[in-house]
Design a protein around this ligand. Structure first.
Ligand code: FES
Length: 126
């Protein structure tokens, strides 16, 4: 995919975020805020047999943070918690597929940090 196509995909996630909304009785929920801009998201997941079986997120943010949340929500759905524990910052940047400037890294990392906490909490569930 060309860089333009990646940028187009980011915009598409921003305009039509995947898994946006709320779950009925989530097993784990984590909300976090970027204190620099006030953008915030909450991730909610259902956990079963060591896997994230369902995920929704809600909140408000810029294009990069929304796209990052949307892409991560798709990525973690159906995955094993043990696998997700190994997820690193560079994996998200690969998923985003665009060059994120140092000034926007915090935007991309907002959802990543939430998902890391969700995974940690989910690991404590049966
Ligand atoms: Fe707030 Fe991007 S400007 S997360």
């Amino acid at each position: 995919m060309s860089l333009d196509m990646y940028a187009e995909e980011i915009l598409d996630h921003y305009r039509n975020p995947k898994n946006f909304g709320k779950l009925d009785k989530p097993d784990v929920k984590v909300r976090e805020l970027n204190p620099l801009c006030g953008d915030q998201y909450e991730f909610q997941v259902k956990v079963s047999d060591g896997k994230i079986t369902d995920v929704k997120f809600n909140g408000d943010g810029c294009a990069i943070s929304t796209a990052s949340a949307s892409i991560l929500s798709e990525f973690i759905k159906g995955k094993k918690i043990s696998e997700l524990k190994k997820m690193e910052q560079k994996d998200l940047l690969n998923l985003l597929g665009i060059e994120v400037s140092p000034a926007r890294i915090k935007c991309a990392m907002l959802a990543f940090n939430i998902v890391k906490k969700v995974v940690e909490e989910s690991g404590k569930k049966k």
